[in-house]
Design a protein. Structure first.
Length: 332
């Protein structure tokens, strides 16, 4: 249970906080000025389903996070209006990631329970795929190994799957070249040991995971609080992991029918084309996202599906099925 809570802590916090930062950066100055930076209802609607998590409510809406957001609010008022989707997404992602790391450093002499919560959040990682629709313009930001697929049906009936995100993983040659360029002093075999970043992570971009971002001096705090070493061999030029997303924009046309946003777990069992066809073939009264997950896990074998779902969340489950999050947006 503790393993599972630590794993999801960062993802839940980002899910709730990223909306605030995106709203702040994408609204015009006049709209921002009319909103109270310390009143959460002025920015986003509450997300149902997580309200029973007391630790999450305390973390997301407490004094330190409010101070961080207020500081960003004041800085945003000084920025020019001429900012496109790329700059807005990048600023939202990088500002939030920076604040999560800054808030994890205790302000006093004592390590309080609140400080441990923040460190747990900052040391867990999360990949993100986010979409904004403005009129007929679709903007998608990807960070890590999540994927966005635009499903289209041509006039002649041809079905098409268009990938709108990049794979930020160590096996992507573009990402490898970027890391080699940014860390010229590093030994490539060590930096990509076991096909993982520093031998630890497959994603090369993500929120959190400060053990691949902080300096060795800053990481002493992790060793002290968690009583486990954060030592990484040849840790010379951090940060290795970054939170800068790739952003793609598309003008929606009548042939564009829906958008699939999903974590990497879905794509372990489905190709892009399979996912698009499954959305079009979703049975009546069946939730589309649930239908995709069922097919990804079962791979046309219902017994396999039942066996996989019978394993409770935890370390063992991680070796049997990956976590899967799916959102399907149908265009009208």
């Amino acid at each position: 249970k503790q393993w599972y809570q630590r794993r999801v802590r960062g993802a839940h916090a980002i899910k709730h906080r990223l909306h605030y930062y995106m709203t702040l950066n994408m609204l015009g100055t006049a709209e921002i000025t009319a909103r109270n930076p310390l009143n959460k209802e002025d920015w986003v609607q509450p997300i149902p389903g997580d309200m029973g998590m007391d630790w999450l409510n305390q973390y997301v809406f407490d004094i330190r996070t409010a101070e961080s957001f207020l500081s960003r609010y004041k800085r945003r008022l000084q920025l020019p209006e001429e900012q496109g989707p790329l700059q807005q997404f990048v600023r939202s992602f990088e500002d939030l990631d920076e604040d999560i790391g800054t808030e994890a450093v205790p302000t006093g002499q004592r390590i309080t329970k609140d400080a441990v919560y923040r460190l747990l959040t900052a040391t867990s990682g999360a990949c993100v795929c986010s979409a904004v629709i403005s009129g007929r313009e679709l903007h998608v930001a990807g960070l890590g190994d999540c994927r966005a697929i635009l499903g289209s049906v041509k006039e002649e009936g041809t079905v098409e799957a268009s990938v709108l995100t990049e794979e930020h993983r160590t096996y992507n040659p573009v990402e490898r070249e970027r890391l080699i360029r940014e860390h010229p002093r590093e030994d490539e075999d060590i930096m990509f040991f076991d096909e993982r970043l520093c031998g630890i992570l497959q994603p090369t971009r993500a929120f959190g995971d400060v053990s691949l971002k902080w300096s060795s001096r800053e990481k002493v705090l992790l060793d002290y609080v968690f009583d486990e070493t954060s030592y990484i061999p040849n840790y010379l030029t951090p940060p290795y992991l970054i939170s800068r997303p790739d952003v793609h924009s598309v003008t929606l046309r009548p042939e564009h029918k829906f958008l699939i946003l999903a974590s990497d777990g879905l794509w372990d069992g489905l190709s892009d084309e399979q996912a698009v066809r499954l959305v079009l073939e979703t049975p009546e009264n069946m939730n589309t996202a649930t239908w995709l997950i069922r097919n990804s896990l079962s791979r046309d074998n219902e017994k396999r599906l039942f066996k996989i779902l019978s394993v409770p969340p935890g370390p063992i489950c991680r070796n049997i099925r990956d976590d899967i999050t799916v959102i399907v947006i149908h265009f009208t």
